[in-house]
Design a protein around this ligand. Sequence first.
Ligand code: ADP
Length: 412
Amino acid sequence: MDKVKWLQQLVQQNPQDAQTHYWLGKELAETGRWLEAVQSFSAGVAHCSDETLRAEIIHELTNATAQLQQEKLSHSASPPIIEVLPNEEEHSTSEEAEQKVKWIDRSAKFKVIDGGGEQKSEKPPISQVTFADVAGLDELKKTIHLRIISPFFNKGLFAKFRKKAGGGVLLYGPPGCGKTFIARATAGECQAHFYPVHITDILDPYIGVSEQNLKAIFDKARFQKPSIMFFDEVDTIGFSRAKSSANTRGVIDTFLAEMEGIDTSTDQMLVIGATNMPWDVDNALKRPGRFDRLIFVAPPDTEAREQIFQLKLEGRYMENIDVAKLAAQTEFFSGADIENVCELAAESVLEEILTTGNERPIRTEDLLNVLKTQQPSTLEWLRTAKNYVKYANQSGLYNDIEQYLRKYGRKI
Ligand code: ADP
């Protein structure tokens, strides 16, 4: 088996292991598979709590992103010839004119024949996910209602009290606990357009282009109000200045300028950031008027875990599942961990059916069996957080984690 395949298998078995994502990314980069390398490094960053490894992965991610951009540029300098032909049979049955695309290798002249299909609008749809899809996190939902959704709808009232609407909110917490999910749901609740932004949408090897990319994203969101922009892994954009290079510093400055350019009393625009490493986010980003509201997204509690099991098993062929028993045995499991447990259980039952030929539903024992092989992924993060709270919480930024640790700290 080649090394990439072997590493891909390892990643499948240990989706939370940053080191394996890193190795896979390196291997893919070596063979010039830049897009996959970027995906692997991104996954590595999302699951990494070791500072040295994280810095190394970010370095490789920046490099791979640069290579990918270069590849894109060289392709666009000499694009392949695309001949687009209307597909007549389908055209009559479908409203959106479908087209057959043929790649023709003619190195000298380029020709693009448009099939006449309507140009698609770049406007993202209003998010359909709402709080009803997010299990548990009731306190967080209340906070978001008070701090984000109400100001969004009651601008006049908030103006009377000179209370700001809009601005930036930074969600932080262990990976897989629903930061992205709840940001999307918040957009759904506000009936706003949702703009998810990833570091790879911004970074570019050419000086000044990353800043332009970032500015263009803000401009687009400004044009499509009401809008919620969601910046994942803010720490990689706003990596502590002390640790960042001259290149990323320009990006931080643009980011700050754009955020301050949002007029919170008139703009129906909100920036939500997420990070697993709030302590790595440049302090400049956490000042008033920027990401001045830090909200902790904790691992799901027992009740929420029950709901997540229910949600993730919904629609599968199963017997009455004892979700309370499963929830009791999954303390500190993230939503993503629980999703993974459900997937593995379904996989094992399918495998059994395929070998024995006897069809049967998923049972509670199947899930319990999988649990014997799984560890909660949030513990490592919580241990790191414990140290930061102990030694770096003078300003009270991490009071939410402190409160959580007071309740669960002894078990961590
Ligand atoms: P994060 O952004 O915190 O790393 P995500 O929001 O991407 O995590 O969550 C990963 C997946 O886990 C989501 O796609 C979702 O299906 C599931 N998940 C996490 N938390 C919840 C939750 N509270 N309710 C329902 N699903 C959840």
